[in-house]
Design a protein around this ligand. Structure first.
Ligand SMILES: Nc1nc2c(ncn2[C@@H]2O[C@H](COP(=O)(O)OP(=O)(O)OP(=O)(O)O)[C@@H](O)[C@H]2O)c(=O)[nH]1
Ligand SMILES: [Mg+2]
Length: 739
C-alpha cells in the first residue's frame, strides 16, 4: 500500500504518501453548468460529507466566499479533497464566468487533468467553446461530463451530439444513462443508473446511492451495441499498436484490458475525451466518475512540469515529481483570512513540504513578462501595485489541506499534492517556493490581461490610505487585477477582466478593508501641442516696497513634427536676458508645459512637440531673479498659446481582436464606429480571424464589455500603446468643454 493514501478517519484530510496516489482534477465548464454542485455530490459519494450543500442556499464547500454566497456562483477557485479506492483526489472547482478566467488558468496549472462539465439542458455556446480552448492550449487531459440528467429539459443525446460537433469526434461516451428518454427505448424519466459500455454492467442508483450492479436488460441491447462499437473503434484509432484495428475489423474480440490501457494513454495524451453522464441531485454516475478519475486519469508524475529557472534567469533541467527531490512549489491562489492572515494555496511539483520549514519565496514576473506584467498601455509610465520582483526566505506558518474554507492540518505534503500554507506574508499568486539552499523560479503561467479600466476614488477623502493598502493586497492576491496610479490624470484606475470582476474587487474593498469607493469618469491622458507659430511676451514685475521682482522675456513658439518632444533655443543678443537667467526661462516654460495650456488653472494636459525660442527680454540689476524669470517664461508661453490654437493629441493603441470568422464583419463595422483603422486581418487556426487595427484609447474604455456582447463571448483582444495622434476636432471639442 506504499502508494496509497493513508488516512481516512472522519473529518481528517486524506494524506498521500506518494505522487502516484494523487489525482489533481480541475472542474472546468460554463457558469451554471453544475461544477460546484458536482463537487458536493462527489464529496458525498466518497463519504466526506453526509449531505450535499446547495449553491442556492450558499451551503456548498467550494462557494464559501461571501461574494459567491450572495451571487450564487463561483468567483474564485476552491479546493476540496476526498479519498477513493486508496487514491487522494484533489478537486479544484473553478468559476465558469469569463471574468474569472484567471482563476481557471490557476486551476489548470495546479491540476493534471480536467472534468469538463456541461449541462444536458443547455446549448454549447461560444463561452463554453472558449473554455474548451483554454484546456486545449495547456494540453489538459480531460473527460466530458454531461450533468443535470434530472432536469425537466435534459436532452442527453442532443448535448452529446453538440459536444462532438464542437469538440471533435474523440468525445465518446464510456457510459449510457439508463431509463433515460429515447436512448434506451423506454418511456423515459429520471435517469436511475449508468450502463458501462466496456464492462457491459448496469449500475443502479436509489436514494442517492449505488445499490446494485447487474447485466443490462435486453432492451438496451441495440443502444449498447452501437455506442460500444463507436467507443471501441475510437479507442483503437488512438492505439499505438497499429495491428489492433486490422484485428478488430477482422472480427477479433479485443481484450478489455488492452482497450482500457490504450484508453488511459489516449486520455493522458489529451487526444481522447471520454464522456460520463452524471447527475448531482440523484448521485447517479458519481461512483463511476470517481473510478474514471482514480483508475483512468493521469497522476502527477505523468504530467510535465513547468519550465524551471534559477533566480538569475538560467534555465534549469526540469525536475521529476519526486518527494525526495529539491523543493519546487507554486502559489496558485492567495486569500486573506481574518484569523489565519494570508493563506497561500500551493501546488507542490517536487520535494516535500514540512511544517515549520523555511522556504525561499520568489516572484520574478518581470523576467517573463517585462515590467509589472505587460500593462496594456504606457507600461513604462504607470505604477501598478503588486507583483514587484522579490526574493526572500520565509518560515511556513501552518500547513493544511483545505476543504473549501475549512483547513485540516497536514503532517507534510509530498510532490504532486496541493496544500494551503498560512502566514507566508510576502508570497503572491504565481510565486515559486523552493528550498532555501537551492532557490528556483518557475515560469509563471500565462495570466490573462485585464482590459477593462475603471477610475475610482475613496468616498471619504480620509480613506485614501486604507484604499491604497486594500488595493495593494488585493493585487498581490489576484494577478488579473492591476492598479494604476496615473501620474498625468491623477486617477486611480482599476484594470479588471470585466464588470463582474470589478464588482468582486469593490465588494472586497468594502467588506475586508472597510473602504467605500466611488467610480468616476475615466480620463485618458491626452497631450497638448500648438497649432501654429506665435509670439509671447512674459512680464513678471512686482515692485511694491521691499525686494522687488523683475523679469521680462519674449519668446516665439512653433509646432514640431509628432514625437519631436521639446526644443528650447536661445537667440538672445546683447545680454537683454542675462546668461544666468536663460535656464530659468526654460525651466518656467517647461513647468507650464507640464501643467498644460488649455486652461489657466493648469488642469490641462502636458504640452509636447514644440520649439520655444527666447529672443529678447529685460532684466533689473537688483530685482531680477531665477524665480522671476521662471514666472516670466511660463507667462510668455501662456500668452503665445492664446495667440494660436492649442491642439489636442490622443493616445492611439494597436489592437488585435481575435473572433470566430462569423463575427469578423460585425467587429470591423464596430471598429469603424470607434474611429479605428483596420491594418489587416489574418487567419488564426481553423475558424478564427485576427483583426488588427489602430484605435484611439478614448474609444477603448469599454471595449472589453462591448466585444463580449458583440461576439457572444467568443472574442478576445490585446492592446498596446502605439503613438499620439491629433485628436479630431469633434472629439477635441468635448474635451475642451470639460477642462
Ligand atoms: N436539476 C439539477 N440542477 C443542478 C444540478 N447540478 C447543479 N444544479 C443547479 O444548477 C445551478 C448552477 O450550479 P453550480 O454548481 O453553481 O454551477 P457551476 O458550474 O459551479 O457555476 P459557476 O460557479 O458559475 O461556474 C444551481 O442552481 C444548482 O442547484 C443537477 O444535477 N440537477
Ligand atoms: Mg461554481
Amino acid at each position: 500500500m506504499a502508494d496509497k493514501t493513508t488516512t481516512s478517519q472522519a473529518g481528517a484530510a486524506p494524506t498521500a504518501d506518494s505522487p502516484a496516489a494523487i489525482r489533481n482534477v480541475v472542474l472546468v465548464g460554463p457558469s451554471g453548468g453544475g461544477k460546484t454542485t458536482l463537487v458536493e455530490a462527489l464529496l458525498v459519494a466518497a463519504g466526506v460529507l453526509n449531505r450535499p450543500g446547495s449553491v442556492v442556499d450558499g451551503t456548498t464547500v467550494c462557494d464559501c466566499d461571501e461574494a459567491e454566497i450572495s451571487q450564487q456562483r463561483s468567483v474564485g477557485l476552491a479546493l476540496a479533497s476526498l479519498e477513493h479506492d486508496g487514491v487522494k483526489v484533489n478537486l479544484i472547482d473553478t468559476p465558469g464566468y469569463a471574468d474569472f478566467v484567471g482563476e481557471l488558468r490557476a486551476g489548470l496549472r495546479a491540476a493534471d487533468c480536467a472534468l469538463f462539465v456541461i449541462a444536458s439542458n443547455e446549448e454549447i455556446d461560444e463561452p463554453t467553446k472558449s473554455l474548451w480552448l483554454e484546456c486545449s492550449q495547456v494540453g489538459m487531459p480531460r473527460a466530458v461530463l454531461i450533468t443535470k440528467l434530472d432536469h425537466a429539459r435534459a436532452n442527453y443525446e442532443n448535448t452529446l451530439t453538440a459536444a462532438q460537433q464542437a469538440f471533435g469526434d474523440k468525445v465518446l461516451p464510456l457510459y449510457l444513462p439508463a431509463d433515460f428518454g429515447s436512448i434506451a427505448g423506454t418511456a423515459g424519466g429520471p435517469c436511475t443508473g449508468l450502463i458501462g459500455l466496456l464492462s457491459q454492467t448496469h449500475f443502479e442508483y436509489a436514494d442517492g446511492k449505488r445499490t446494485t450492479s447487474h447485466e443490462p436488460d435486453a432492451s438496451y441491447g441495440d443502444a449498447i451495441e452501437e455506442m460500444r462499437g463507436n467507443l471501441i473503434e475510437g479507442i483503437i484509432e488512438e492505439s499505438e499498436d497499429e495491428t489492433l484495428m486490422e484485428r478488430y475489423l477482422g472480427g477479433e474480440e479485443i481484450d478489455q484490458s488492452v482497450l482500457i490501457e490504450d484508453l488511459e494513454k489516449a486520455v493522458a495524451r489529451g487526444s481522447f475525451f471520454p464522456v460520463v453522464p452524471v447527475c448531482s441531485t440523484t448521485g447517479v454516475g458519481t461512483l463511476e466518475l470517481l473510478e474514471v478519475i482514480t483508475s483512468g486519469f493521469p497522476s502527477p508524475p505523468e504530467h510535465q512540469l513547468p519550465e524551471v529557472f534559477t533566480p538569475q534567469g538560467k534555465s534549469r533541467n526540469s525536475l521529476p515529481c519526486d518527494p525526495a527531490g529539491p523543493l519546487l512549489a507554486e502559489v496558485v491562489k492567495t486569500t486573506s483570512d481574518p484569523y489565519l492572515g494570508r493563506v497561500s494555496l500551493v501546488r507542490v511539483f517536487s520535494g516535500t513540504i514540512s511544517p515549520d520549514a523555511t522556504v525561499h519565496v520568489s516572484g520574478h514576473f518581470s523576467s517573463f513578462y517585462g515590467g509589472n506584467g505587460s500593462s496594456p498601455t504606457h507600461a513604462d509610465q504607470r505604477w501598478t501595485a503588486g507583483h514587484a520582483d522579490h526574493d526572500e526566505d520565509e518560515r511556513i506558518g501552518t500547513l493544511s489541506f483545505p476543504l473549501g474554507k475549512q483547513q485540516r492540518p497536514a503532517p507534510q505534503v509530498v510532490a504532486g499534492d496541493i496544500c494551503a500554507i498560512g502566514r507566508l506574508s510576502r508570497a503572491e499568486t504565481g510565486d515559486t517556493l523552493s528550498a532555501k539552499a537551492e532557490p528556483l523560479v518557475l515560469k509563471p503561467w500565462t495570466m490573462p490581461e485585464p482590459l477593462l479600466p475603471m477610475a475610482i476614488q475613496p468616498h471619504a477623502k480620509t480613506d485614501e490610505d486604507k484604499l491604497a493598502v486594500g488595493l495593494q493586497r488585493l493585487a498581490a492576491e489576484d494577478p488579473t487585477l492591476r492598479i494604476e496610479q496615473n501620474p498625468e490624470t491623477h486617477q486611480i484606475v482599476l484594470w479588471t477582466m470585466g464588470e463582474a470582476h470589478s464588482g468582486v474587487v469593490l465588494d472586497a474593498l468594502a467588506r475586508r478593508y472597510g473602504v467605500a469607493v466611488d467610480t468616476v469618469e475615466l480620463r485618458v491622458p491626452l497631450r497638448e501641442t500648438l497649432g501654429g507659430k506665435a509670439k509671447g511676451h512674459g512680464r513678471h514685475v512686482k515692485q511694491s516696497g521691499g525686494h522687488g521682482q523683475f523679469a521680462v522675456c519674449d519668446i516665439e513658439v512653433e509646432p514640431l513634427p509628432e514625437g519631436s518632444g521639446f526644443e528650447f533655443v536661445d537667440k538672445v543678443v546683447g545680454g537683454s536676458v542675462p546668461r544666468q537667467f536663460i535656464p530659468s526661462v526654460e525651466k518656467g516654460v517647461r513647468a507650464q508645459m507640464e501643467k498644460g495650456l488649455l486652461n489657466g488653472a493648469g488642469s490641462g494636459y502636458p504640452v509636447v512637440d514644440i520649439r520655444v525660442t527666447l529672443f529678447d527680454g529685460k532684466a533689473h540689476s537688483v530685482d531680477s531673479s531665477d524665480f522671476a524669470f521662471q514666472m516670466a517664461g511660463g507667462l510668455a508661453l501662456r500668452e503665445a498659446a492664446s495667440a494660436t490654437k492649442v491642439n489636442l493629441l490622443e493616445p492611439v493603441d494597436e489592437v488585435s481582436v481575435v473572433v470566430p470568422d462569423d463575427f469578423v464583419g460585425a467587429v470591423m463595422s464596430d471598429l469603424a464606429g470607434r474611429r479605428g483603422r483596420v491594418v489587416g486581418t489574418d487567419k488564426v487556426g481553423e475558424d478564427r480571424t485576427v483583426v488588427k487595427a489602430e484605435i484611439p484609447e478614448v474609444e477603448l474604455t469599454r471595449y472589453a464589455i462591448d466585444l463580449r456582447s458583440l461576439a457572444h463571448g467568443a472574442g478576445s483582444f490585446t492592446r498596446s500603446f502605439a503613438r499620439y495622434e491629433p485628436m479630431p476636432e469633434q472629439a477635441a471639442a468635448k474635451v475642451r468643454a470639460s477642462v
